[in-house]
Design a protein around this ligand. Structure first.
Ligand SMILES: NC(=O)c1ccc[n+]([C@@H]2O[C@H](COP(=O)([O-])OP(=O)(O)OC[C@H]3O[C@@H](n4cnc5c(N)ncnc54)[C@H](O)[C@@H]3O)[C@@H](O)[C@H]2O)c1
Length: 389
């Protein structure tokens, strides 16, 4: 943005310049909202809200107007902690009837995302949802259809495709720097959240909480998965968590997922809640890689994690050692998704994060559960615009 240009002019200019990228619903909305900030309501004031609230408040285009939690004291506490000056609510129904807002940000327990996102759409609000955006692919697809029918937008985390490292890796593959790509591997795990039981209950598990990042990255780099085989297990059958004490673990806490992409490329994701990793929550100092891609001319390894990227080690020379490339994060942070899509509603610039991609990842997770249950290879039907960048 040039400093001399007013915000209104900038928004008008960018909206015009990006007209080709506009989706009709976005177009209509952007045109009518250039003079106001996007009013955002956040539902679920737990752990992750500590990352979302400051990030949302850092945007000059966004105003955080409402906070909601069924544990109401959390909404009040976060309002005070971050000086938000928002209205606080005890449940979604009260919030939807309360101060007006344009987009809901859903950061509650995973299991209720679908029903809350549906209520928001029915009430005419755009949605950014933490992962997963619904419990099943069918539920998620129905949400997208509902959004389209009401000329609204819905998006789901993660935001991994936004990192410069993702763009760098995608470029290497697209330009053939690795030769004929054959195989890839991603891994992400830690010893599991200790604060809430929902991670270990039905429809929870390490796949929708952790594996989701690697699945989004590998499909984003290699293209949609066409079929899935998986093995999942429960390594720790009991846990002690802050909100419910000792609980029985029902969802997998250890998963290996094999994905077949087009052109016979095979990738693999390993995720779990029982993996020792001192960097599993804070990755700034992680020097090891979490994603690796192999072709017959070269390979590359993403240093750090796809949600917190520290660089890409590129190895394309028989003689010389691998080179650490793309170390600049360019401001990318994993909690930026709601900001990026929220701002896109004002600017009209279509974001890289795509809801069809989030739905595809959800179908893969569901297929992995089915593969474990049946011992079968499961076909995946959904797809998304590829390449992403
Ligand atoms: N904690 C993290 O570091 C992290 C990082 C990335 C993504 N996420 C994702 O964010 C989501 C939340 O995770 P968390 O760790 O913050 O969980 P959390 O348990 O700390 O917080 C969830 C909050 O949602 C509230 N809630 C549950 N049902 C509700 C409802 N119907 N209406 C209103 N509020 C409701 C709970 O009372 C709780 O305060 C999950 O989808 C998780 O996968 C978490």
């Amino acid at each position: 943005m040039t400093p001399k240009m007013s915000r209104e002019e900038f928004l008008k200019t960018t909206a015009m310049a990006s007209a080709a990228l506009l989706v009709s619903s976005l177009e209509g909305w952007a045109a009518t909202t250039t003079e106001k900030k996007l009013r955002v309501a956040l539902i679920g004031c737990g752990s992750v809200s500590n990352r979302y609230i400051p990030k949302l408040m850092s945007s000059s285009m966004i105003e955080l107007v409402s906070l909601c939690d069924i544990k109401y004291e959390r909404a009040e506490a976060q309002n005070k902690q971050y000086n938000v000056n928002a209205k606080t609510y005890r449940n979604i129904d009260d919030m939807l009837k309360g101060v007006p807002f344009d987009m809901m940000v859903t950061t509650t327990d995973m299991q209720v995302h679908g029903e809350l996102n549906k209520k928001a759409l029915l009430a005419g609000r755009h949605v950014w949802s933490e992962k997963p955006m619904a419990n099943t692919y069918a539920e998620g697809k129905a949400l997208l259809e509902l959004a389209k029918s009401k000329k609204l937008r819905i998006w789901g985390a993660p935001a991994v495709v936004n990192s410069p490292q993702f763009a760098f890796m995608s470029k290497q593959i697209q330009e053939g720097k690795l030769g004929r790509v054959a195989s890839a591997h991603g891994q992400y795990g830690h010893t599991g959240p200790g604060w809430s039981a929902f991670f270990y209950e039905k429809d929870g598990g390490s796949m929708p909480d952790l594996g989701v990042y690697n699945i989004a990255t590998l499909t984003g780099l290699l293209g949609p998965a066409r079929s899935i085989m998986a093995m999942t297990s429960i390594v720790n059958p009991e846990r002690t968590v802050d909100d419910k004490g000792k609980i029985k673990v029902v969802a997998e806490d250890n998963a290996h997922i094999l994905m077949m992409h087009d052109k016979n490329v095979i990738s693999h994701v390993m995720c779990g809640f029982c993996y020792f990793d001192p960097h599993g929550h804070e990755a700034t100092n992680q020097t090891l890689h979490s994603i690796q891609i192999y072709g017959d001319y070269g390979n590359m390894r993403l240093i750090g994690y796809d949600w917190e990227t520290n660089g890409v080690m590129l190895d394309t020379d028989w003689e010389k050692p691998p080179v650490l490339m793309s170390t600049d994060k360019g401001g990318y942070v994993w909690q930026e998704g709601a900001n990026v899509v929220g701002e896109s509603l004002l600017t009209g610039i279509e974001p890289k994060i795509n809801v069809e991609h989030a739905l595809h990842v959800l179908e893969i997770i569901e297929a992995a559960r089915k593969s474990q249950a049946t011992g079968q290879r499961i076909k995946v039907k959904s797809t998304f615009p590829f390449p992403v960048v």
